[in-house]
Design a protein around this ligand. Structure first.
Ligand code: NDP
Ligand code: 2IT
Length: 444
């Protein structure tokens, strides 16, 4: 058995009941086989892969809070501090009822490679809670965030671990979390990113993940003598990543015709009116269904199946494993040419393989959505300098980072005779930097 297979089997045996974590590890280890094979003895002697798949630390805690009826609620809270070889732990917090250790370990593991690809000094981490912010009042969200941070604040800091947003955690939640950190620790520091602009946030952080997805898509298309101009695009989700992917794709001449939430999807043949989506999602915290009531010519379909809409480019920006092999088969049959993952691991393994075997150019999330965390790292730099950069400056840096990521993953794939296999390219390029730092720092 190869070293990568051995380590995968060990991960499955030692981390039972964690299918998402197994899935993320398998994809990376399969890609790394070509790298490990060239130098197996050295990697084995240092147990590099065993160390890479084991989080440095997992913190798990109780989050009690009182709801508007006066009832005491209890949620689970976590922080997975996965790897600090190249910098302080960095990664989002997810508040969603499905959150568990498997999901946070998969996200933390992905984050290690993603953060490495940004070229910035950030290690990988992820955290969150099974708290469901949907339908909660502002006061309930605040009470939850304060309780969550009262415990988490013991383990994080601007030079230790810097959380940010993810599903269910946006500007409102980051504000409440920051306020409580400051109050309890008595430190005004860049301990969180995605902060509001009046208290240390960075311009363009809100837009960064979605913009970055489209910037790297644009590089991929240029490299294949194509462009976004006049293309039909489907974007899944209607949250932070989706909204700003739609905005940038539209600015670059594409027509985005569909978006969704977990209840169903909208189709607007005239091109999505993003002002309406923003009002529904960012202001009213409503459902995507309302779009069809407000925009003439648009339709709403309950349930899954957004991939049935014909498109040239498909950008999954909602959640893990949202796109399965049947969905991809439909996309291929309808002539789709590009899949670029805005979400983390939104495409199942089988679906990814089918897409790549059938001529789709596929960019994995750990490269394509890295613009969010990269801009978080730019927020950390601004906080350390006690300065704020202009939106043009941050946007230009974000753009350059995405151009560089495309070059890195494309180059890594070519070096191993895997041209156009950006999944392998991203895993290999991400691994190279982390492993070099790990080896240099000894057995820690
Ligand atoms: P948000 O909470 O802002 O939005 C999530 C969106 O996805 C909502 O529209 C939600 O719908 C939808 N969604 C969730 N689950 C499903 C489902 N099962 N089927 C269909 N739609 C679903 O989160 P973000 O936009 O921040 O995150 C989206 C993805 O991008 C996640 O995978 C996240 O990890 C990843 N990501 C986020 C970054 C960031 O900076 N925010 C950076 C890099 C990656 P509903 O309202 O119905 O739940
Ligand atoms: O998955 C991700 O990269 C994020 N949710 C953003 C993390 C961050 O620290 O900005």
């Amino acid at each position: 058995m190869s070293y990568t297979e051995e380590v995968y089997e060990r991960v499955v045996a030692q981390n039972p009941g964690e299918p998402e974590f197994h899935q993320a590890v398998k994809e990376v280890l399969d890609s790394l086989k070509v790298v490990i094979d060239r130098n197996e003895e050295k990697y084995r002697s240092l147990s590099i892969l065993e160390r890479l798949v084991e989080p440095e630390r997992i913190i798990s805690f109780r989050v009690p809070w009182v709801d508007d009826n006066g009832t005491v609620q209890v949620n689970k809270g976590y922080r997975v501090q996965f790897n600090s070889a190249i910098g302080p732990y960095k990664g989002g917090l997810r508040f969603h009822p499905t959150v568990n250790q498997s999901i946070l370990k998969f996200l933390g593991f992905e984050q290690v490679f993603k953060n490495s690809l940004t070229g910035l000094p950030i290690g990988g981490g992820k955290g969150g809670s099974n708290f469901n912010p949907k339908g909660k009042s502002d006061r309930e969200v605040m009470a939850f965030c304060q309780s969550f941070m009262t415990e988490l604040c013991k383990y994080i800091g601007a030079d230790t671990d810097v959380p940010a947003g993810d599903i269910g955690v946006g500007g409102r939640e980051i504000g409440y979390l920051f306020g409580q950190y400051k109050r309890v620790r008595d430190l005004y520091e860049g301990v969180l990113t995605g902060k509001g602009l009046t208290y240390g946030g960075s311009l363009i952080r809100t837009e960064a993940t979605g913009y970055g997805v489209v910037y790297i898509l644009n590089e991929l298309m240029k490299d294949h003598s194509d462009s976004l101009d006049g293309k039909t695009v489907v974007v899944t989700g209607s949250g932070n990543v989706a909204i700003y992917a739609v905005q940038k794709a539209t600015q670059l001449g594409a027509k985005v015709v569909a978006m969704c939430d977990s209840n169903g999807y909208i189709y607007d043949p005239n091109g999505i009116n993003l002002d309406v989506v923003k009002d529904i999602k960012e202001v009213k915290r409503g459902r995507i269904k309302e779009y069809a009531d407000r925009v003439e010519g648009a339709t709403y379909t309950e349930g899954v199946g957004i991939w049935n809409i014909k498109c040239d480019v498909y950008l999954p920006c909602a959640t893990q494993n949202e796109l399965d092999v049947d969905g991809v088969k439909t996309l291929v049959a309808n002539g789709c040419k590009y899949i670029v993952e805005g979400a983390n691991m939104p495409t199942t393994r089988e679906a990814t393989e089918y897409a790549m075997d059938n001529g789709i150019l596929f960019l994995p999330g750990k490269a394509a959505n890295a613009g969010g965390v990269a801009t978080s790292a730019l927020e950390m730099s601004q906080n350390s300098q006690r300065l704020s950069w202009t939106s043009d400056e941050v946007d230009a840096k974000l753009h350059q980072i995405m151009v560089d990521i495309y070059a890195k993953i494309s180059d890594a794939a070519k070096r191993y005779d895997l041209t156009d296999n950006y999944v392998a390219g991203a895993n290999i390029a991400g691994f190279e930097k982390v492993v070099d730092a790990m080896i240099a720092q000894g057995i820690v």
